[in-house]
Design a protein around this ligand. Structure first.
Ligand code: F6R
Length: 269
């Protein structure tokens, strides 16, 4: 895992957005895995800015979101489809037909979940997966105890998640208890993952994810098994990392190496 600590949430978003910028420019028909929640909002704002001011072109990009609440229409203001439309898709030139969010209103979830997995494979697999993390260590809605090999399916939300997400609803009672979510196994198949965390409330989950054992009790810890994960956190979320100095050292070397690669003639050596 590459661990990057930035000084605040804005820098976390900027740094993450750069990875997306690089990918979309190098592979215009790439497949992006996207997340909802408060954490990725800054990344989406930065992507919109890059589209408007720097001609970042999303016209050939395909997207797949991680999850959706069961029982909310796509037009419901708290549905994740609505979130994606209003916070990203409506402001960039992505082809609406190439954006995918699990459907929380289907009659047959089993076949819809299977179809979602097939769609991802048919699109060529996810090139870059953006992830937030729950205070209970979940990625997507893979709550503690989820199989680390799980695929897209229905999942009951943990009470901690219901409490955390109540801030978006009128009250806790309104938060749906069920969601359709991609599995940990689905996420691990992405070519590259970027996990973001902002604020001290995420410090325990980040410590457990990066430095704890791989365990289904903290589903984000399964990312330790992935070849290419970049964890980008602010000072608050990094505050409980025991090996912080080491990550800073590694980062310095990475930046030096990247700068060298950009020198003229570097590719010939
Ligand atoms: C959302 C998702 C969740 C969130 C997590 C953190 O699509 O998959 O795992 O990333 O619950 O949410 P925030 O960013 O609101 O703290």
């Amino acid at each position: 895992m590459r661990v990057i600590v930035e000084k605040n949430g804005q820098e976390v978003s900027r740094r993450a957005a750069k990875f997306f910028d690089e990918l979309v420019r190098n592979k215009p028909n790439c497949v992006l895995g996207l997340a909802t929640g408060s954490t990725p909002l800054g990344v989406y704002q930065e992507m919109i800015r890059m589209h408007r001011e720097e001609n970042l072109d999303f016209s050939l990009v395909t997207t797949f979101n991680l999850d959706e609440y069961v029982g909310l229409e796509p037009t419901h203001p708290q549905s994740y489809r609505y979130f994606m439309q209003t916070n990203l898709f409506d402001h960039i030139n992505v082809d609406p037909w190439k954006t995918h969010v699990p459907d929380g209103m289907v009659a047959d979830f089993e076949s819809a979940c299977r179809a979602y997995e097939h769609h991802i494979v048919d699109a060529g697999g996810i090139d870059l997966q953006l992830l937030g993390i729950g205070s209970d260590g979940h990625i997507a809605f893979n709550e503690p105890g989820s199989s680390l090999g799980s695929r897209t399916r229905l999942k009951t939300l943990a009470s901690e998640t219901v409490r955390d997400n109540a801030r978006f609803f009128q009250n806790e009672e309104e938060v749906p208890r069920l969601a359709v979510t991609v599995g940990v196994g689905t996420i691990l198949e992405a070519r590259r993952c970027i996990l973001l965390a902002i604020g001290e409330a995420k410090a325990d989950a980040i410590r457990a994810t990066v430095e704890g054992p791989v365990t289904a009790q903290i589903t984000a810890s399964a990312l330790q098994l992935h070849r290419e994960v970049i964890v980008i956190v602010d000072e608050g979320a990094a505050s409980k990392l025991a090996r912080r100095e080491y990550y800073d050292e590694v980062e310095k070397s990475m930046l030096l190496m990247e700068a060298k690669k950009r020198l003229p003639g570097a590719t010939r050596r």
